[in-house]
Design a protein around this ligand. Structure first.
Ligand SMILES: Cc1cc2nc3c(=O)[nH]c(=O)nc-3n(C[C@H](O)[C@H](O)[C@H](O)COP(=O)(O)OP(=O)(O)OC[C@H]3O[C@@H](n4cnc5c(N)ncnc54)[C@H](O)[C@@H]3O)c2cc1C
Length: 646
């Protein structure tokens, strides 16, 4: 189908000045990455380090869903689908896989100078590559990304590229509802932590696609042979005239300072219950009752930090430490206070003030709440245009605040909206952003933020720094840090900023928000989780009955979610949710590292598994070796006698 070229080019006018329109066919681009297969990663038992050699490379799984979505759009509306990857020579096999799926043309940016690129440098390189692709195939209408890459798991590159083009992005898309080329818009459904959003964006637009959106097609043998022979255009640094100080290590604000194995968790008590099921169940209940495992989560102790003896030039002044308050129409998400507690701790280490940032409409009450959780200052941007969360106006507001007040550190939430916002704003500023940080510290020798995060599905920990850019940004998932106690009397300096944002420059509209009907799994006090050991979805009553007795929520592994036994919002782990309940019961779960990273901070972990060697026993406080079909009904029956839960 031919597309009205004026329509496609209107909002690209600024960024695409140099582009000569050659064709009017709709141009759909998909950006993909080749990643190491983290299921195949092993730890060297001697050095405790990750063995990287011989790890097979695969196409980032969410990118296959992005490709499928691009191909579906083409099948409906016509046009041409092109694919772009940046990576070493072997990444060519990923492009061949995409050609076999049906992609028309493939482009590969590969150059040694790109090694060490972080997400900011990567979004720059892709942006330059896409501009060149548009010279060949015409301006794009749609730009697809996978939800996130499974190695870095940042989800930052899509928003970063969109920010560079000045176009809207709809991240975490589960369904495209409508594309209207005549009127120049797309409507898509995105799933976020607190519900679903129906978003309308003007074209051209970028979308990041989740695994829920579709099932990627499997190419035929003929397709694979055709793809093997297909031409792939290769570009190096010079072909795209990439600037040296914007690529590779030199162009990356963040870099890895230290890599180390994750700390081992203490091994708990294991009861071999094979043939002694009743005894095992009684033992487990006794242990759990002793610890009051069915009661409320124990109040976590938040310790006020003392200033560090900083061993660097004291005349160098530091900016404030900021954390952003995440909310929906003025209702704060608890993660906001977890971030604020950390911001306060870091500010005390540095001897500077900590501030909360509140962006939205009718949100003044959140300033008082932030003060009660420990903010010394609160920056408030309150405007009708900021009523709904939208990437562009929220990013403009936060960027303006950062440029004016120059904070040293900026913490944002690792929810879907937090990542979307952080990825966009970090590119606009521009600065470095570290995703999914689980530990933070200050380097006493220079005052820099040391942001530690799990990499490669939790197989390795990396400490990342951002020494030359400010603010040093980090996203943090809910339930990673503690909420500080509320102060009965709290005073904070409130700074109101009126930032001009023109609705005409905003390309998205939130058409509808549907809140989640059920409690978020992250908020549950007790979680009963199950895996493939359950055998079949028809056995779900085993889990449901136990959960009912404990008034618990149900969690699951990716394996059962992918098998369609339960919906994705129950998935716990690297590509699911992080939870931290009082009690976590892992039933028929092997304990793969990708699952464990999502639940290892639970107060008490119980595992029931038939295999005494199952890795889940390495993280369990209490384990029963035994057949779940014998243990769980007994446990349910006995618990119903002793547990009194309101
Ligand atoms: C990039 C990537 C991201 C991933 N993200 C996640 C994620 O977010 N979350 C996640 O969970 N996984 C994730 N995975 C998948 C993960 O690697 C594992 O494959 C998955 O967690 C295994 O699920 P499982 O434990 O249900 O199944 P299995 O590994 O098949 O384990 C089933 C267990 O049940 C036990 N069992 C069998 N029968 C019985 C019985 N009768 N009684 C008691 N026990 C029994 C077995 O001994 C076994 O230990 C990811 C993988 C990759 C590559």
């Amino acid at each position: 189908m031919k597309v009205n070229s004026a329509l496609i080019t209107f909002s690209l006018a600024n960024t695409f000045k140099e582009i000569n329109l050659i064709t009017h066919d709709m141009h759909i681009i998909v950006c993909v990455k080749q990643v190491p297969d983290s299921t195949d990663m092993r730890i060297d038992p001697k050095t405790n380090n990750l063995i990287r050699e011989g790890v097979p490379a695969v196409t980032n799984p969410p990118d296959l869903h992005a490709t499928e979505e691009a191909l579906k759009v083409k099948e409906k509306l016509g046009g041409v689908v092109t694919a772009l990857t940046m990576g070493p020579l072997q990444a060519e096999s990923t492009l061949r896989e995409l050609i076999a799926m049906g992609v028309d043309h493939a482009y590969h940016i590969s150059d040694r100078a790109l090694a060490g690129s972080d997400t900011l440098a990567t979004s720059y390189t892709l942006w330059m590559g896409i501009k060149r692709m548009c010279e060949i195939h015409g301006p794009f209408t749609l730009l697809f990304f996978g939800r996130q890459a499974i190695d870095g798991e940042t989800g930052q590159v899509g928003p970063g590229v969109a920010a560079r083009f000045g176009i809207p992005i709809i991240t975490y898309t589960v369904r495209i509802e409508e594309i209207n080329l005549e009127k120049g818009y797309i409507v898509a459904i995105r799933k976020v932590y607190d519900g679903t959003e129906r978003v309308k964006a003007s074209l051209p637009a970028a979308l990041s696609i989740t695994e829920e959106a579709n099932v990627p097609r499997i190419p035929t043998v003929q397709d694979i042979i055709r793809a093997y022979r297909a031409k792939i255009t290769k570009w190096g640094k010079n072909d795209l005239q990439l600037e040296d100080d914007k690529i590779g290590l030199r162009g990356s604000p963040t870099f890895i300072k230290r890599v180390f194995p994750p700390p081992p968790r203490k091994k708990g008590q294991i009861f071999d219950g094979r043939g002694k099921e009743r005894e095992a169940v009684q033992w487990l209940i006794d242990q759990l009752l002793k610890l009051n495992a069915f009661g409320e989560k124990t109040a976590e102790i938040y310790e006020e930090a003392k200033p560090l003896p900083l061993a660097f030039d004291k005349t160098k002044s530091f900016g404030e430490v900021w954390s952003v308050v995440e909310h929906r129409y003025g209702k704060p998400d608890p993660v906001s206070w977890e971030l604020l507690g950390e911001a306060r701790r870091l500010s005390r280490l540095l001897g500077v003030k900590c501030a909360a940032v509140v962006v939205g409409h009718d949100i003044t009450h959140l300033a008082d709440e932030a003060a009660s959780y420990g903010a010394d200052k609160v920056y408030v941007v309150d405007k009708p245009i900021l009523r709904d969360y939208r990437t562009e106006p929220y990013s403009i507001a936060l960027r303006e605040l950062c440029l004016k007040y120059k904070p040293d550190i900026l913490l944002m939430s690792g929810t879907q909206n937090g990542r979307d916002w952080a990825g966009y704003v970090a590119t606009l500023i521009p600065t470095g952003l570290v995703a999914d940080v689980t530990q933070m510290d200050i380097d006493p020798s220079n005052g820099q933020l040391l942001a530690t995060r799990p990499d490669f599905g939790g197989n390795e920990m990396s400490t990342i720094v951002c020494p030359r850019h400010k603010p040093q940004m980090a996203t943090i998932r809910p339930k990673v840090f503690k909420i500080p106690p509320r102060r009965p009397v709290a005073e904070a300096e409130i700074i109101r900023e009126d930032i001009t944002i023109d609705e005409k420059s905003i390309h998205t509209e939130l058409l509808e928000f549907k809140p989640r009907e059920k409690l978020r799994l992250e908020e549950a006090n007790i979680i009963v989780s199950f895996g493939k050991g359950l055998g079949s979805p028809k056995n779900l009553p085993y889990i449901e009955n136990l959960a009912k007795v404990l008034n618990a929520e149900i969690g699951a592994t990716r394996a059962v979610v992918y098998s369609g036994w339960i919906s994705k919002d129950h998935q716990i782990g690297q590509t699911g949710l992080t939870v931290r309940p009082r009690l976590y019961m892992a039933i028929g779960i092997s304990g793969a590292i990708q699952h464990v990273v999502g639940m290892q901070n639970s107060d008490i972990i119980v595992a029931i598994n038939i295999d005494p060697e199952a890795p889940i026993f390495n993280v369990a406080d209490f384990g029963i070796v035994g057949d779940l079909f014998k243990i769980v009904p007994l446990l349910t029956e006995e618990l119903s006698k002793v547990v009194k839960i309101a």
